[in-house]
Design a protein around this ligand. Structure first.
Ligand code: GLO
Ligand code: MG
Length: 344
């Protein structure tokens, strides 16, 4: 199967299976091995949290930070891989318990802003200009605990702070409506791009859309993607799957909702996504039940289904589509798509 799409994942997508209810069930895979697997599985880039690349970035001198990042870059380049983006991981630090950019504590907000600049330094040292903001704990567990208006203003200030620091970086917001918070700020791509338009340089703020996050917001992921694509703002995707409204499952792409997956691929095709040079990120998790040896199938299966769906989109009979649309016979279109997916 041939395609011009480039694929990526992050080190967190090969993991030991620990969840909130139980410990690790598989061995930790060392980073260098993950990089090798990334290439062997046919991927082109790795995604990073700042501290995946440089542990405790706020405790490093600039020289130490550069050295640590350069080491990671050499490992990547040794396998012919690129770094797609760096995301400041503010949600695991004790200071970020109640959010970072939107914390009520000014000391925490200062730390978050400073650490985000270190994330930019790391990104540049790894050779990427893309910063992803997944705003994990920027929200509330209790609505009365924050002033939402102030929170949105603080988020905007923090984004502007990053844009000012480096005039070449681009920021892609990865919206998610909940988890770990009860309600998160910037829950959809509409919110993210509305805020982008208010920043000091709207041309450098866009979005990354994750399938499961859109579904958790009760929205259709392909429509979310269409919204961003229509504005030239889809700068990344985290494809995966989700079986209804529950915790963020990060299932392998297409495995719960094949028709939904087909429509995401269709919109990426219609939007010329591959030609933009942006990556198809697969933010998928192995089922906890997988044994060590078989704990990469979520990645290889997701890539395989994505490429198979590219073929399905490309081979769908456009004449039938045009006829059904002209006649407004969407029942016929529905059957044609379903049969095509079933290989009938
Ligand atoms: C969790 C998010 C998370 C981000 C990653 C990059 O729900 O999807 O995996 O994508 O931390 O910022
Ligand atoms: Mg994600």
């Amino acid at each position: 199967m041939k395609s011009e799409y480039k694929f990526s994942f992050g080190p967190w997508n090969i993991h030991s299976g620990a969840d909130p209810f139980g410990p690790a069930v598989r061995k930790e895979v060392p980073f260098a091995r993950k990089v090798k697997l990334c290439r062997e599985l046919g991927f082109h880039a790795m995604q990073f949290h700042d501290d995946d690349a440089v542990p405790q970035p706020e405790n490093k001198t600039p020289a130490q930070l550069q050295r640590a990042a350069a080491k990671i870059r050499r490992i990547l380049e040794g396998e012919g891989l690129a770094a797609e983006f760096v995301a400041p991981r503010l949600w695991e630090h004790p200071l970020g318990i109640d959010g970072a950019y939107t914390s009520n504590d000014p000391k925490t907000r200062r730390w978050a802003n400073e650490r985000s600049l270190r994330a930019i330094d790391i990104a540049r040292a790894l050779g990427t200009k893309l910063i992803v903001l997944w705003l994990a704990r920027e929200g509330t567990y209790l609505r009365e605990s924050k002033n939402g208006i102030e929170s949105y203003q603080r988020l905007l200030e923090s984004i502007n702070h990053m844009l000012r620091y480096d005039p070449e970086i681009e920021i892609a917001v990865e919206p998610k409506p909940n988890e770990p918070t009860d309600h998160a700020y910037l829950p959809t791509i509409g919110h993210a791009l509305a805020m982008a338009s208010q920043t000091s340089d709207p041309s450098r703020v866009g979005g990354l859309i994750e399938t499961a996050h859109a579904m958790l917001a009760g929205l259709d992921p392909s429509d979310e993607m269409a919204f961003a694509l229509s504005m030239g703002k889809l700068w990344g995707v985290h494809l995966n799957d989700q079986n209804g409204l529950k915790f963020d499952e990060d299932k392998a792409f297409g495995m719960a909702n094949l028709r939904g997956a087909y429509n995401q691929v269709r919109i990426l095709e219609l939007g010329g996504y591959a030609a933009t040079g942006r990556y198809v990120g697969l933010d998928v998790k192995a089922l906890r039940t997988q044994k060590d040896k078989e704990a990469l199938r979520h990645l290889s299966n997701s890539r395989r289904i994505f490429l198979a769906l590219v073929e399905k989109v490309r081979t769908f009979d456009r004449k039938i589509e045009a006829q059904c649309v002209a006649r407004r016979d969407y029942e016929a279109l529905d059957l044609a798509v379903t049969e095509h997916l079933m290989g009938l």
